[in-house]
Design a protein around this ligand. Structure first.
Ligand SMILES: [Zn+2]
Length: 133
């Protein structure tokens, strides 16, 4: 897994090289997942219920997108939901489209959400980042 990069709306992605961001970080509060991706959130909640992991629902609804994955893969719309990403366990969801995996740390806190093959999510994340410029 690539190290996620932090939201840096004023910095063009061309300046992000090898995971090192030039410029300042934490220029604003991390946005709520429910604000940036409300439909995606409901989809994940639905899939959590199906996979028997619904105790994570309340946590999911309060998550903030701390940083975007910077692996550079066009199919990747993954993002970190904690300042520190240390994965101890994963919950793989049976998504109808793409691959969705929730990464948990040792405290069972959601620290990263892996989203692959979901251009709809990627589009909304890109649009959000563009709106910060
Ligand atoms: Zn990625």
């Amino acid at each position: 897994m690539a190290f996620p990069d932090f939201f840096s709306g004023s910095i063009p992605s061309s300046l992000i090289i090898g995971g090192i961001t030039l410029g300042s970080r934490f220029v604003m509060d991390a946005p709520l997942l429910s604000e940036v991706l409300p439909d995606f959130l409901e989809e994940v909640v639905h899939l959590l219920r199906e996979s028997g992991a619904q105790p994570l629902e309340a946590q999911l609804r309060a998550l903030r997108i701390e940083s975007m994955c910077d692996c550079g893969d066009e199919n990747c719309a993954s993002f970190a939901t904690a300042a520190e990403v240390k994965v101890a366990d994963v919950v793989e969801l049976q998504a109808i489209e793409g691959h969705l995996i929730i990464d948990l740390n040792t405290a069972r806190q959601i620290c990263f959400i892996e989203v692959l093959g979901r251009p709809d999510v990627r589009y909304l994340l890109d649009e959000y980042q563009d709106s910060l410029k």
